[in-house]
Design a protein around this ligand. Structure first.
Ligand SMILES: [Zn+2]
Length: 168
């Protein structure tokens, strides 16, 4: 079994008067995504914990975090969204995607930035492969996000969400 891990998030304040954000706070890619998070009590560390415990092959993609900030410049959003989709396409056969989102990312021209990202990933992976996303409690839950994630939580509730529940 092969499961990809990654993330793309921002905590956007859409009322910010600052210029759109063009720099990201954190960018981890490939094996660095594993080495920097293994054993840590963060979202990616939790993914790695349960996947390695069950001897599931981890396919590290990338994680981009823009921080608690204003809206994201559209070209920056498009650049990383495209990078994420391309790497998922190139990852080969996958059995799932575990995704560290935040749920409150807004780009200049794309209010539901994570929703459209999930739509493109769902189109890429097809309808049957589970996409699991961790969102902040105050994340904006849109129809587009739910559509991207639904095949997992509707039909395949299992060990991973149980682990998350135990942390609270
Ligand atoms: Zn938050």
């Amino acid at each position: 079994m092969r499961v990809a891990i990654g993330g793309f998030g921002a905590e956007s304040n859409a009322f910010s008067v600052e210029s759109p954000v063009t720099k990201v706070k954190d960018f981890l890619s490939g094996k660095q995504l594993i080495s920097e998070n293994f054993g840590k009590r963060n979202v990616i560390g939790g993914f790695l914990d349960v996947l390695t415990e069950d001897k599931i092959e981890v396919v590290p993609v990338l994680r981009v975090w823009c921080g608690a900030t204003g809206i994201i410049a559209e070209d920056v959003y498009e650049q990383f969204k495209s990078m994420m989709v391309t790497r998922i396409r190139e990852a080969g056969s996958l059995d799932g995607l575990l995704f560290d989102l935040h749920g409150a990312m807004v780009a200049e021209d794309t209010l539901d930035a994570e929703g459209f990202l999930l739509k493109e990933l769902r189109d890429e992976l097809g309808g049957e492969i589970p996409i699991i996303a961790v969102l902040d409690i105050h994340g904006n839950i849109t129809d587009l996000k739910v559509e991207g994630l639904m095949p997992f939580y509707r039909e395949k509730l299992g060990k991973l969400p149980m682990w998350v529940e135990q942390q609270f």
